[in-house]
Design a protein around this ligand. Structure first.
Ligand code: 13P
Ligand code: SF4
Length: 364
């Protein structure tokens, strides 16, 4: 199988799309959507740029998009405007006649890349030597299909930031210990929320292949993979303190991929959908500092001019890989579909898909 980078090199967008005006690109995208009708379905994650989102048939956070993707049985082509792991999930849930397309193969996720299957298998073996058969693995959907398959075959499930609390509670109903991949912050924030003290959480370092824990391992309840989101880690305690000082009447709301200290000092924390709902329902005149991805924060600022909204980090944090998907790449992907030569198709091998789907189904 080609690596993502090799596939990207083999599938570089022709120069002509870079040279087209925005009007021309918009016209082309609209025309192909009209022509292909129900054969085509475009999904857009909330972190995508507006120029892309305007053509999405459905928008949502990771959970909503996975649910919508699973229901699209008519569409022959699912164009996923998001990142690689999301398109993989859509392919795992798709029927065999459906093709899932990622407009730019370079749209990966640095967090998902922090846990590869070899590291995970080795960690599991070493952790079993310490903890025996007491652990249940859960993986954030922001992980590769291979990690989802590992979790599926070991009795675990996927989680998203929208359902992490329920899933962690479910995990503890099955086993004594939780092994949470690959985002240590979502794992820590969620476990803390259900009452597990920080002193009972260990961290697995996949590079040093070592368990980081001070104390007696008998007390460990949660093992967190040492991964993080490079966007949400950019929100700091200093950012919170600055906002509190400069805007004492401002509400601070953050995504649970932020560090525990930041979540702890904020007024509200929740998934992308939670943040959108909270801002939408907030009264006119209310003030908000938001700790999440830049495209979404900008969109909320534009949609809610009756509220004062800023980014928690004044040097806004874009997700660079999400931003790889732009209008030229979308039009390139759509035209390829129209011309019968699909580019950038995401295909998860059958064996991996069969195990990964178990993890996804336990979540659904
Ligand atoms: P959610 O869409 O689950 O909130 O996750 C945020 C994210 O980082 C997606 O990559
Ligand atoms: Fe990955 Fe973070 Fe970007 Fe989401 S925002 S795709 S978790 S790097």
């Amino acid at each position: 199988m080609l690596s993502i980078l090799n596939q990207a090199a083999a599938n570089t967008m022709p120069q002509k799309y870079k040279e087209m005006s925005e009007e021309e690109l918009k016209g082309r995208a609209a025309a192909i959507k009209e022509k292909l009708g129900r054969k085509l379905f475009i999904l857009g994650h909330h972190y995508q740029k507006d120029e892309v989102i305007q053509f999405a048939d459905a928008t949502g956070d990771s959970l909503q998009l996975a649910q919508v993707a699973a229901k699209q049985k008519d569409a022959e082509f699912i164009v996923f405007c998001g990142v690689h792991f999301m398109a993989e999930t859509a392919d795992i849930l798709a029927e065999t006649h459906q093709k899932v397309i990622l407009p730019d193969m370079r749209a990966g996720c640095s967090m998902a890349d922090m846990a590869n299957i070899n590291q995970t298998e080795r960690a599991w073996e070493k952790l079993q030597q310490i903890f025996g058969d007491t652990m249940l693995p859960l993986t954030y959907v922001n992980s590769t299909a291979e990690i989802k398959a590992f979790v599926g075959r070991n009795g675990g499930a996927t989680v998203t930031s929208s359902n992490a609390k329920k899933m962690v509670e479910w995990a503890f109903a099955q086993k004594e210990l939780l092994f949470f991949l690959p985002d240590q912050h979502l794992g820590r924030n969620t476990a803390y929320d259900i009452g597990i003290p920080l002193e009972q959480m260990a961290v697995w370092d996949p590079i040093a292949e070592k368990l980081e824990f001070e104390g007696n391992v008998k007390d460990v309840k949660v093992i967190l993979w040492k991964g993080h989101c490079s966007v949400h880690e950019n929100f700091t305690v200093a950012n919170v303190q600055d906002v509190r000082k400069q805007h004492p009447d401002m509400n601070i709301i953050v995504h649970p991929e932020c560090r525990r200290e930041v979540v702890g000092l904020s007024d509200y924390a929740g998934s992308t959908k939670y943040i959108i709902d909270k801002i939408t329902e907030a009264p006119a005149g209310s003030k908000w500092a938001i700790g999440t991805e830049m495209n979404l924060v900008k969109r909320l600022i534009n949609q809610h001019s009756d509220k004062e909204i800023i980014s928690l980090n004044p040097h806004m944090c874009p997700c660079l890989t999400m931003n790889r998907i732009d209008l030229p790449h979308l039009v390139w992907a759509l035209e390829s579909v129209d011309q019968g030569k699909v580019i950038n198709q995401i295909t998860v091998p059958q064996q991996i898909a069969a195990e990964a789907v178990q993890a996804l189904q336990r979540m659904f």
